[in-house]
Design a protein around this ligand. Sequence first.
Ligand SMILES: [Zn+2]
Length: 150
Amino acid sequence: MTFRSYMETALAEARAAATRGEVPVGAVVVRDGEVLARAGNRTRELNDPTAHAEVLAIRAACAAQGQERLPGCDLYVTLEPCPMCAAAISFARIGRLYYGATDPKSGGVAHGARVFEHPQCHHAPEVYDGIGGEAAERLLKDFFADRRDG
Ligand SMILES: [Zn+2]
């Protein structure tokens, strides 16, 4: 199925992030079947705590479009977005959010702040979770297990 392949792209970005020593999370912005931007975490590389995959993908897609918002776009991300990224997704007017693994510790969609359910949230995307979640979760577990061992 089509949505599967975009999550595969996001997973590829997550794997690439892991090889850079970054927490393995990847994101892709898609519109009408076209990939506008793809990114993985780069917080360490950029010394930037906001350089999450979703934020980088949204920034790149906006820059490519010359727009401050991305209506009609879908965002695929391997992990449940944190509150910061959920807010960015709302500000960007992303139409549909597909995410893989759930994140009870730091997620802000189904957990914690539940940004899209908050009365102050002016735009909430349609949310589809659990897509490719197993692969995304394994990637994260392996990454943190390696770090502990090393
Ligand atoms: Zn985030």
